[in-house]
Design a binder for this molecule. Structure first.
Ligand code: COA
Length: 388
């Protein structure tokens, strides 16, 4: 297997993008990544595009071909493949691209993600997202994603002594980081009061415990490490790629407030990179709801089970803390265009490792991790990236 490096990255601003179409978003992110790698489109050998539900959100399927066409690659007939794993579609697209380059099958490969979610009514977007759960056992009886994560939060708060304020601190911290990220959907700081007084969505989760509905796209370009310096002075090496799955319905889980697929993918990634959690300088985790970040940092081993609430309230996951979590603002404040999120996480880690993260820069960042979850944890992708 060959070593693989990220040689270029691009990301649109996230938010409600009324004036840009699905294809415009992808083209913008792809062009930014090509420009970053100082590369022309003719050099691209293959593309993997993460997208969860364009069929439901914009009534468009055949996304691999659409993207190749609008990226100007159709006449070169390069392979272009859509990757779908609900909210982990981007993470899996990145993994497929890494595998393609590592195997020697392809040299210069684009991994991208795109979603346009705001063109449908809120009920329709909630129902499309419910497709990531078990439709027969969960969706048909009225469960939504806020509802499923609310059950996880209830279970967690029943078992461990986490306070409502500690849970809210996840959102306060992520909005603080989002306010320092020019591509974030929400760039305003909030207080504990903002979270605790916001509209109840699914008890105990309130509006500010939830990631929003978002349009956006992100793209990264990969190359064999031995060729990376042809394109950039700051290649970022992919140190590990890992993926795991679990039962799709929550009721089949051993413990609903531990995502065993996160545990498995995290352990596999650390083993592949020959690293431990102490080597990681920052991590982008899948905080689709505040409780999801609490579970993630425990499942990945950054703190003991049942302690993440206090760990967060003590500032250990803030900028300057022991392990900064979601420096981008996370899904909560940066936004969550579901198919693009896994690629945006890589984008953020690359910005940090290149020392390009501006007001949210982690001093001396050398190694970062991404954690991207599909549904309530039926698919998890974990990646570790490092400075060369
Ligand atoms: N956090 C903070 N503010 C939010 C927000 C969020 N998650 N979602 C919406 N807002 C704001 C909007 O900007 C708007 O503010 P404004 O009035 O100042 O413009 C206001 O709240 C109302 O927005 P609206 O779009 O009407 O919200 P909504 O009630 O239709 O949707 C949620 C709110 C929480 C239901 C929706 O964001 C949601 O479903 N989130 C979860 C998405 C999800 O499940 N993703 C997959 C996870 S696995």
């Amino acid at each position: 297997m060959r070593d693989v490096a990220v040689i270029g990255v691009g990301c649109t601003r996230f938010g409600e993008k009324w004036s840009e179409s699905f294809r415009d978003l992808f083209v913008e992110a792809g062009a930014l990544a090509l420009e970053d790698a100082q590369l022309s489109g003719e050099k691209i050998d293959a593309m993997y595009v993460g997208n969860m539900s364009a069929g439901r959100f914009i009534e468009q399927e055949h996304i691999g071909a659409l993207i190749a066409d609008y990226a100007g690659m159709a006449t070169r007939h390069i392979p272009s493949t859509r990757v779908e794993a609900a909210c982990a579609s981007g993470g899996l697209a990145f993994r497929q691209a890494v595998i393609a380059v590592a195997s020697g099958m392809e040299d210069i490969v684009v991994a991208a993600g795109v979603e346009k979610m705001t063109d449908v009514e809120p009920g329709a977007s909630t129902d499309a997202l419910t497709g990531a759960a078990d439709r027969e056992w969960e969706g048909f009886v009225g469960a939504t994603f806020p509802g499923l994560y609310a059950m996880i939060a209830k279970d967690y708060m029943h078992k461990y002594a986490m306070t409502r304020e500690q849970l809210a601190q996840v959102a306060v911290k992520n909005h603080y980081n989002g306010a320092r990220n020019p591509i974030a959907q929400f760039q305003q700081e909030i207080t504990l009061d903002t979270v605790l007084r916001s509209t109840m969505v699914a008890e105990p989760l309130r509006l500010f415990d939830c990631s929003p509905i978002t349009d956006g796209a992100a793209a990264v370009i990969l190359a064999p490490l031995e060729r990376a310096r042809e394109f950039t002075d700051t290649p970022i090496k992919v140190l590990a790629t890992a993926q795991a799955s679990d039962s799709i319905a929550l009721h089949d889980r051993r413990d609903i407030s531990t995502l065993d697929a996160s545990v498995a993918a995290g352990q596999r990634a650390f083993k592949m990179a020959k690293l431990t959690h102490k080597d990681i300088n920052m991590v982008e985790v899948h905080d689709c709801f505040s409780i999801a970040e609490i579970c993630a940092i425990e499942d990945l081993g950054f703190c003991r089970k049942g302690t993440a609430g206090k760990f967060t309230a003590d500032g250990e996951t803030a900028l300057g803390g022991r392990i900064p979590v979601n420096t981008s603002g996370g899904l909560k404040a940066c936004g969550h265009p579901v198919g693009a999120t896994g690629i945006k996480q890589v984008y953020e880690i690359v910005q940090q490792l290149r020392n390009d993260a501006g007001k949210r820069q982690i001093d001396g960042a050398k190694i970062g991790m991404t954690h991207n979850v599909g549904g309530t944890g039926a698919t998890v992708a974990v990646h570790i990236l490092g400075r060369v």
